[in-house]
Design a protein around this ligand. Structure first.
Ligand code: HEC
Length: 109
């Protein structure tokens, strides 16, 4: 009986952990396509209707290429200007970091 009493909270804890961890582990590409590609484009070129309207820059452009990872990350975390939202609250700093790296990678493909 005592074992069962110990096992139940452990089980609940384990399920809770899984539920908390899973959204975090959604991969960066998926989140990018979901949250960013409307403006930045699946390929990072910003050639979407919204991207063109807001004059989103191509990740391959010299301006973006010369930004450091930290500068890009700050934009993702804190937002910039009127149209680039801050994503830190929504996605968490870790995911923002992964997406920034993913975006950077788009420039190389
Ligand atoms: C509503 C359209 C929109 C969405 C959605 C959006 N962005 Fe942006 N983003 C912009 C605009 C516009 C700028 C340029 C802001 C400026 O320079 O004033 C920008 C700038 C940036 C920059 C700085 C480099 C640059 O291109 O000027 C990064 C990095 C960036 N966005 C990443 C992301 C990521 C990652 C996401 C998804 C989590 C995202 N953006 C979602 C519109 C958007």
């Amino acid at each position: 009986m005592i074992k069962v009493l110990i096992a139940i909270p452990l089980l609940i804890g384990a399920i809770g952990t899984v539920l908390l961890v899973v959204p975090q582990e959604k991969d960066a590409k998926q989140v990018y396509l979901d949250k960013c590609s409307v403006c930045h484009g699946e390929d990072g070129k910003g050639q979407t209707a919204k991207g063109k309207k807001l004059k989103v820059k191509d990740v391959r452009s010299p301006e973006i290429q010369k930004m450091t990872d930290a500068e890009m990350l700050t934009v993702v975390l804190k937002g910039k200007g009127q149209d680039m939202d801050a994503f830190e609250k929504d996605l968490g700093a870790d995911m923002c970091k992964k997406i920034t790296a993913y975006m950077r990678g788009l420039a190389k493909s």
